[in-house]
Write a protein that binds this ligand. Structure first.
Ligand code: ADP
Ligand code: MG
Length: 366
C-alpha cells in the first residue's frame, strides 16, 4: 500500500449511544478509524469496549448517534432506512462467531451460499454456479451437499465466508469468527479470509481475541472504552501480501505462518489532539487528572503534577478520569501555529519501555 489512496472506510469522532430502559450506554465515544481498500484490519479490545458496536454500525445494523461514518461513497448517517437496508444487503458480508447465526442448519453448504443471492436478479443457474465457485475457492468442493452439522467447525466458518461473499460485498466484517474454534482451526479460518483478500481484494475487518491476530492482518487496532487507542503496524512497511500465503486448508491447516514479523505499537491521536495514555503508564507514575506538558525539541514530555495523582497525599483514592489528554494548540511555539499537531495528527510514536516505578515524582515520562 505504498501510494496514497482514498480510504474505503472512514470513522471520525463516531459516537454510538444505546438507550436501555432509560439508561444510556455510550458504546462508542468519539472513535476514529480509517481503512484503505483491500486492507485486512484486526480489531482487539476488552469485552464491552465497543468492537461489535463498531462492526454493527459499519454494517448498517445499527445507526450511529453522532460523528462521521462513511463507507465508499455512502455517508451512513444520511441513509434512509430503506437505503440502509439495501446497503447492508448488497455491500456488506458478515461472519459471526456462532455458526447458527451464519448458516441455516437444514440447508446444504451449496444452498446456504445460494440463499442470499435469491434477493438479487441472478438466475437459479447463475446462483448455483457462483455458489459452487465460491465454495471451490475455499477448498470446499467435496462438501457441497453437507449440512452444517456434517461439517467441522473450520469448514462451517469457511462456508459462512462464502455466504458472506455471495453478493459481492464491498466489505467483509467478521466478529470473532474464531471465537469458538481451536488454534489450528483458527489458522484455517484466517487462511480463508486472507485468500478472499488476495483473490478479490476484499477489505476485511476481523474482531478477535487471538494473540496471533497480527500475523494474519495488515494492522491491528485496539479499542478501549469506545475509542481507538493504539494500533500495531508492521515496522519497516512490510506488506503482508508480499509474504508467502499459507497453503489453503486441505485437511490439516498449514504451519503457523512465516517468519516472525516485527510490529510496532503506535498511539492513535484524534483530530482534536486527544490520545489515550496506557493505564499502566498512568499507574506507574501515579498520574491523576492533570499533567504538565512540555514541548522539547522533537518531542512532547508529559510530567506528573504533585498533588494531582490518583492517590492523594492522605493515601485516599481519587476517582480516575478517562485517560484522555488534550494537547492544546496553544502549547505549540508561536511560529509553528497548528502545523505540529497536523504533523502528529494521525500517529504519535511512543517509546515502549518497561514500566518501572519512577523514583522522582517530577521526572518526566516521554
Ligand atoms: P464488545 O463487542 O467489544 O464486547 P459491544 O460493542 O458489544 O462490546 O458493547 C459495547 C457496550 O455497549 C457494552 O457496554 C454493551 O453492554 C453495550 N451495548 C451493546 N449493544 C447494546 C444494545 N443493543 N443495547 C444496549 N447496550 C448495548
Ligand atoms: Mg462483541
Amino acid at each position: 500500500m505504498g501510494q496514497v489512496m482514498e480510504p474505503l472506510i472512514v470513522c471520525e469522532n463516531l459516537v454510538k449511544i444505546y438507550s436501555l430502559s432509560g439508561v444510556e450506554v455510550v458504546a462508542l465515544q468519539g472513535l476514529d478509524l480509517s481503512v484503505q481498500p483491500g486492507e485486512v484490519v484486526g480489531i482487539v479490545g476488552a469485552s464491552g469496549s465497543g468492537k461489535s458496536t463498531l462492526l454493527n454500525v459499519l454494517g448498517g445494523l445499527d445507526r450511529p448517534s453522532a460523528g462521521t461514518v462513511r463507507v465508499g461513497e455512502r455517508d451512513l448517517f444520511k441513509l434512509s432506512d430503506a437505503e440502509l437496508d439495501a446497503y447492508r444487503r448488497s455491500q456488506v458480508g458478515f461472519v459471526w462467531q456462532q455458526t447458527a447465526r451464519n448458516l441455516i442448519p437444514y440447508l446444504s453448504a451449496l444452498e446456504n451460499v445460494e440463499l442470499p443471492m435469491r434477493l438479487t436478479r441472478r438466475s437459479g443457474v447463475e446462483r448455483r454456479r457462483r455458489a459452487g465457485q465460491l465454495l471451490d475457492t475455499l477448498g470446499l468442493s467435496p462438501r457441497l451437499d453437507y449440512t452444517p452439522a456434517q461439517l467441522s467447525g473450520g469448514e462451517q466458518q469457511r462456508v459462512a465466508i462464502a455466504v458472506a461473499l455471495a453478493n459481492q460485498p464491498q466489505i467483509l466484517l467478521a466478529d470473532e469468527p474464531t471465537g469458538e474454534v481451536d488454534t489450528a482451526t483458527a489458522a484455517e479460518v484466517y487462511a480463508a479470509l486472507r485468500k478472499t483478500n488476495a483473490l478479490y481484494g476484499m477489505t476485511i475487518l476481523i474482531v478477535s481475541h487471538d494473540p496471533n491476530l497480527s500475523q494474519h492482518t495488515d494492522r491491528v487496532v485496539a479499542i478501549r472504552d469506545g475509542k481507538t487507542s493504539t494500533e500495531m503496524v508492521r515496522s519497516g512497511r512490510q506488506e503482508l501480501r508480499d509474504t508467502p500465503q499459507p497453503v489453503m486448508p486441505a485437511q490439516q491447516p498449514g504451519p503457523e505462518p512465516q517468519k516472525p514479523q516485527e510490529f510496532e505499537e503506535l498511539v492513535v491521536l484524534d483530530g482534536a489532539g486527544r490520545l489515550q495514555i496506557p493505564r499502566d503508564y498512568l499507574e506507574t507514575l501515579n498520574i491523576g487528572d492533570r499533567v504538565q506538558l512540555e514541548l522539547r525539541d522533537g518531542h512532547i514530555v508529559i510530567h506528573p503534577v504533585a498533588g494531582r495523582g490518583r492517590l492523594a497525599a492522605s493515601g485516599e483514592e481519587i476517582r480516575p478520569r478517562p485517560e484522555e489528554l488534550y494537547l492544546p494548540p496553544d502549547q505549540a511555539p508561536e511560529s509553528e501555529g497548528n502545523a505540529w499537531i497536523e504533523r502528529l495528527r494521525s500517529r504519535v510514536r511512543i517509546a515502549r519501555r518497561a514500566a518501572s516505578p519512577s523514583q522522582d515524582e517530577q521526572s518526566g515520562h516521554e
